[in-house]
Write a protein that binds this ligand. Sequence first.
Ligand code: KG4
Ligand code: ZN
Length: 346
Amino acid sequence: MPYLCGVSTTILAIESSCDETAAAICRDGVILSNYIANQTIHEKYGGVVPELASRAHMQNIVPVVHAALQTAFPSMAPKDALSTVNAIAFTQAPGLIGSLLVGAQFAKSLALALNVPLIAVHHMQAHVLANLIEDPKPAFPFLCLTVSGGHTQIVLCESPDSLKVIGETMDDAAGEAFDKSAKLLGLPYPGGPLIDKYAQQGDPNRFKFPEPQIPGLNFSFSGLKTAILYFLQEHTATNCTFITDNLADICASIQHRIISILLNKLKTASLETGIKNVCIAGGVSANSGLRKALTEMGEKYNWHTFIPAFQYCTDNAAMIGITGYYKYLKGEFTDLSVSPTARAEW
Ligand code: KG4
Ligand code: ZN
């Protein structure tokens, strides 16, 4: 549905839930720009430091919005570009509260100044709807394995606003499993992309890590983390260069197990629901091994698989823009008293 009452709809979207400050312009469901400022300051602390994240968002938000406007409307002055905006969408939950507050307050102020509606977006819904940014788009209903640094969910999507979580992690998220494993290996934060990189040169069957036996569609990663810790302690006790000597094989074996835990549950979900349109989303869906394994599983079970482009997997504002667009079409606006929340069911 490209037009509402024959009028073009331009949404300025803002994402600031964790350590990425992002802005995007979405016109009639098409992403015109998608700009992200990564916060490298957290690397040396081995994880995101909330206080530093909020401060970095304060520094980044104006330049990032400016860059998104300039990329979308290169021949216009920022003031004129802003005057074309019909609504402001922002991440309202979940996330780090200090980080969310920066994006929310900026979005509210801009909506007030421009006299346009404000759209509150749930970050996890946005990760799922990132699959609706590019063609081909999945037909409804579809299943989405949403795997990020804070969440691991299987979501049944019947429409853009009818999403039901049918399985989720009982402890760590898949991204945490990657990042905590990487930390045990002495790799910097965030370790997920590094495990991915080293795994490409390694043997995934060299070391065997256990697959947890969790009933139903839920996940658990805490046992895997403990198994990796004991495995490394045992081997480094007799060989202090064990990790460096075997880094690629260790990374490939850990990645292989995380992927098999994820995809075995997704296979069960597809069998139980009969749904064969299957998507992935979230930061971990950038993992090359997971993308390849999902494609192979899709071919084997006759699924239609959908994998967002890399820039729409990790945190970004384009996914907030596309979600905002569907909410705009339904008139789902929020008033200026809205406040962000760190945790939120959906
Ligand atoms: O969705 P996201 O950007 O932020 C959250 O909402 O949490 O996900 C971040 C997570 C981190 O745990 C990061 O290590 C992981 O996604 N990640 C990856 C890869 N790229 C990002 N994990 C494995 N392989 C990757 N290529
Ligand atoms: Zn995310």
